[in-house]
Design a binder for this molecule. Structure first.
Ligand SMILES: [Zn+2]
Length: 66
């Protein structure tokens, strides 16, 4: 069993994941047992892009109002 970094569970969002040898090295969530794993880095960059988009939208709105 090995701890997996930079990955989170796609079901519950827990970062407590293990590589299960009995499942052929498949990464599973310790908390809910799900094998649907997402990358933390991708999630972070997506959120970052979303906030950047919101900021641009806010600036555009301010330009229109004033
Ligand atoms: Zn989970």
């Amino acid at each position: 069993m090995q701890n997996v970094s930079n990955k989170i569970c796609g079901m519950c969002g827990s970062s407590n994941l293990i590589s299960d040898r009995s499942l052929g090295g498949k990464i599973v969530c310790v908390k809910c047992g799900s094998s649907f794993i997402r990358s933390k880095g991708i999630l972070y960059s997506r959120n970052k892009n979303f906030y950047y988009f919101l900021l641009i939208l806010l600036v555009i709105l301010l330009v229109i109002i004033f």
